[in-house]
Design a protein around this ligand. Structure first.
Ligand SMILES: Nc1ncnc2c1ncn2[C@@H]1O[C@H](COP(=O)(O)OP(=O)(O)O)[C@@H](O)[C@H]1O
Ligand SMILES: [Mg+2]
Length: 470
């Protein structure tokens, strides 16, 4: 294996025996090798997985639940052995696998740091030197002296991640574990991953967040039912993954086939380019996939796409006391009606919510507001001015409010409010009002020239006025 390669996987299969009843495992153990009856059936969790990760690459692994992501990471880390195939790993691996792996529950946090650090190849002195940093990053206070079994899942992840990043790994492997922590801690972790990456380590991580994969990875792999359905640029992998994720059940098989075909087409073009000398033989896959796009407009659309990040849920939602109506299902859509919460700057979107009226109300107005993380009110609007409000909405009716707007905001995170006003028994009041009912992110845009919070569509020109005369 070339020293430039961190992870080399060739045709890996993983087959698990599955026992219908717990005692079948015992029966199997007791039956002779030549016995005809098997007490288990075989389940193939991974089939024919081949890929190579170069030193310093950051690779994302995506796929629906049960597609084999964790199994693959465990094989790479050596906690599972493949049933068939070849795996070679070059360098020290630190892993943050799903909960349950790694720590001894009866030992304290401190003891586990030493245990874990030793397993990862550090000397006692090295761990001692780093212990304060590890504890500070984990930020779990006095719990560091408590047995790990008393930890919440969040504390567990904090400590495990902190150890993983402080052993200066050559390869950092992170399963979905990070999703457990709170948003602030996740940010801190991703900043660290970024740093580790810049220092030249190889990073492999599983994520459900399209945004994270697009922002951090050089390349991504899409697993589906144990098959490596696609490997290529993060943009294309995510776009394939999302197609699978949001497809109605009866479309999934067809989409799977389309993705397989697009892989085959890309491989063919790559080979043709190589034969034609357009590509260097050792160009990274991502680049090859990119430059060999069979349909250039397709990759452009995948890049320009807004998407939905399931992790983007506000934790600060506040509902005022309702009086007569209830706001439901507040979300953002593209103009064509797809639900999104990571927006592309400059595009138009629609903010939508439904309102169920349980009392008859007069002079009804629907409102919205966009705010920053720190609560600055950036802008909003109402469905109509007071004199043009809806005259009467009867009890039992449902109304849908839509607000179309152009996303003129700087990349970052924003929150949405929703409110309905009206008169009940002559009295003007909020019928329902929810603060931080939804949140969204504006994706970074490398072509952005605007500064500050709002893009005023400033067009600039700079003229050369020649030399100043004395
Ligand atoms: N030890 C095991 N025995 C039997 N089946 C397993 C075992 N571990 C995982 N599987 C199965 O393998 C498939 C892939 O699991 P996993 O790698 O955890 O998926 P993911 O991480 O993508 O959600 C699942 O169908 C899961 O039920
Ligand atoms: Mg998993």
């Amino acid at each position: 294996m070339s020293s430039e390669v961190s992870i080399y996987a060739n045709s890996i299969d993983k087959v698990f025996p599955v026992y219908e009843k717990p005692h079948h495992r015992l029966l199997q153990m007791m039956s002779s090798r030549s016995a005809k009856h098997r007490w288990y059936r075989e389940f193939t969790a991974l089939r024919d997985i081949s890929f190579e990760v170069k030193k310093g690459e950051t690779v994302g692994i995506v796929g629906r639940n049960g597609s084999g992501k964790s199994t693959l990471l465990q094989i790479i880390c050596g906690t599972l052995t493949p049933t068939a195939g070849d795996l070679q790993v070059n360098g020290r691996i630190a892993a943050l696998l799903e909960l349950g792996a790694g720590f001894n529950p009866d030992f304290t946090g401190r003891e586990n740091v030493f245990l874990n650090g030793t397993v990862l190849g550090l000397t006692r002195q090295q761990i001692e030197d780093r212990f304060d940093d590890i504890a500070a990053f984990a930020d779990i206070g006095e719990f560091i002296e408590q047995p790990v079994k008393s930890y919440s899942s969040g504390m567990y992840v904090r400590l495990a991640f902190s150890v993983a990043i402080h052993v200066t790994p050559d390869i950092l492997v992170v399963d979905e574990a990070l999703a457990v922590g709170d948003e602030a801690f996740q940010r801190k972790c991703f900043a660290r991953i970024e740093k580790i990456r810049r220092e030249g380590a190889t990073v492999l991580f599983v994520s459900h967040s399209a945004g994270t994969v697009l922002e951090l990875c050089n390349r991504a792999i899409l697993l589906d039912r144990g098959e490596m359905l696609y490997s290529g640029s993060p943009k294309r992998t995510i776009s394939h993954y999302q197609k699978m994720l949001y497809a109605p059940a009866e479309r999934v098989a067809a989409i799977r086939e389309e993705i397989r075909e697009s892989t085959a087409a890309e491989q063919l073009t790559t080979v043709m380019n190589k034969v034609g000398g357009k590509d260097t033989p050792d160009a990274p896959d991502a680049k090859a996939a990119e430059s060999s796009s069979p349909n250039p407009s397709e990759s452009a659309s995948a890049y320009d796409l807004a998407w939905h990040d399931d992790h983007l849920l506000p934790q600060s939602t506040l509902r005022y006391v309702r009086s007569g109506a209830e706001i439901k299902d507040a979300h953002l859509q593209t103009i064509s009606g797809e639900r999104v919460n990571v927006l592309r700057p400059g595009e138009e979107y629609v903010y939508v919510y439904d309102v169920d009226f349980d009392r008859t109300a007069a002079g009804v107005q629907f409102g919205m507001l966009i705010k920053t993380v720190s609560g600055v009110e950036l802008g909003g609007g109402v469905s109509a001015p007071a004199h043009a409000a809806i005259e009467i909405v009867e009890a039992g009716e449902r109304r849908r409010a839509k607000f179309r707007f152009r996303c003129l905001l700087a990349p970052g995170t924003y929150f949405l409010n929703a409110g309905v006003r009206g008169r009940i028994d002559q009295e003007e009041t909020f019928l329902d009002r929810v603060v931080d009912i939804a949140m969204f992110r504006v994706a970074p845009d490398s072509d952005r020239i605007a500064t500050g919070m709002v893009d005023f569509d400033i067009r600039s020109s700079v003229a050369n006025l020649g030399h100043m005369s004395a």
